[in-house]
Design a protein around this ligand. Structure first.
Ligand SMILES: Nc1ncnc2c1ncn2[C@@H]1O[C@H](COP(=O)(O)OP(=O)(O)O)[C@@H](O)[C@H]1O
Ligand SMILES: O=P(O)(O)OC[C@H]1O[C@](O)(COP(=O)(O)O)[C@@H](O)[C@@H]1O
Length: 310
């Protein structure tokens, strides 16, 4: 079974307007209320690929209920731990550029955190645990390290898609897949990454420290996959970008869905990129048929440093 976990879900209040003026009254006429948060996006896309999964995490209040109901209507199983706090609403403004306002995650009690630990302890060998989205610093890195350690002991595929200091600390544990974008990879090492040689160099460092698959996403430029045996690169397909929110999460879903079926990292990487781009080309998340249409356009090549250093 695949479990996703979103510590801080959201409703993504997504509005489109032709001209956004900060500090002025702006009226919108195209609005959407998508359930959001990275693990939830991964769950929704997996379901669209026909892959059964359960969304875990914390949700509460009217927004929490909305998210749960929305997911149930789409056929995604949920097993959220209830919070007294109202789940956040993240604002996504789509105009000439994309502006995002993400709220803070919930404050969680020791009992609520223990309830999540129990769910991870109850998972079976071979299951997947996808911890995705922001991880509040207040919870403390030891908690997430404990979850990672349980996964290691039980041979659960541990997938991590987060950013900030928490990413750094959890990466001391063995991780099956980590998907930073180029900027997040730079932040992890306190550097500004501006070229492919550096992307490869820092992804390689993560592999050397124990991560099995590192996928560095680079928005419209595509992505790079580095493992201990291979380094691959692929460009993103061409298309009209509508909404890139959830593109990274879709890449993660595509990788997992394909890898779980084929055990082939190169194939999974290609399917992941197609999934990310298929989401970027729609308002909501991608559908399987969108991904299949884009697959032919994606060429995966071995990455060699000499390709970029001359
Ligand atoms: N502008 C774009 N054009 C085409 N594909 C895109 C675009 N933006 C994102 N993607 C696809 O989605 C994947 C993840 O996007 P990225 O923006 O790097 O992730 P994140 O949302 O985590 O920052 C990319 O590797 C690419 O395949
Ligand atoms: O937990 P965070 O870092 O605040 O991110 C939450 C936001 O990320 C998203 O999951 C989108 O993530 P990506 O664009 O990176 O795929 C939104 O649905 C949500 O509003």
């Amino acid at each position: 079974m695949i479990y996703t976990c979103t510590i801080a879900p959201s409703i993504d209040y997504t509005v489109y307007l032709s001209d956004f003026n900060s500090g002025k009254l702006n009226r919108t006429n195209e609005v959407y209320y998508y359930p959001g948060g990275k693990g939830i996006n991964v769950s929704r896309v997996l379901k669209r690929f026909g892959v059964a999964n359960t969304a875990l995490g914390f949700a509460g209040g009217f927004t929490g209920r909305y998210i749960e109901e929305y997911l149930k209507n789409e056929g995604v199983e949920t097993d959220f731990i209830e919070t007294t706090e109202v789940t956040r609403i993240n604002v996504k403004i789509k105009s000439e550029s994309e502006t995002e306002l993400n709220g803070p995650g919930p404050e969680l009690t020791v009992d609520q955190l223990s309830a999540l630990t129990k769910k991870v302890r109850d998972m079976n060998e071979g299951d997947w645990f996808v911890l995705a989205g922001s991880l509040p610093n207040a919870i403390g890195q030891n908690y997430f390290l404990e979850l990672a350690t349980i996964c290691q002991a039980k041979n659960i595929h541990f997938v991590l898609d987060t950013s900030g200091p928490m990413l750094k600390s959890i990466l001391t544990a063995p991780v099956f897949l980590v998907k930073p974008n180029q900027q997040e990879l730079g932040e992890l090492f306190g550097v500004d990454i501006t070229n492919l040689t550096d992307v490869y160099h820092y992804a390689r460092k993560l592999v050397e420290s124990g991560t099995e698959h590192v996928v560095v996403s680079m928005g419209g430029e595509g992505a790079m996959l580095v493992t201990k045996d291979i380094a691959l690169i692929a460009k993103a397909p061409q298309g009209t970008v509508v909404n890139t929110v959830g593109a990274g999460d879709s890449l993660v879903s595509g990788f997992i869905a394909s890898y779980a079926a084929s055990r082939d990292a190169s194939q999974a990487f290609r399917f992941g990129i197609a999934s990310g781009s298929a989401t970027a080309f729609r308002s909501d998340l991608c559908r399987k048929e969108d991904v299949e249409t884009l697959l032919d356009q994606i060429e995966v090549h071995p990455f060699e440093e000499k390709d970029v250093t001359g």
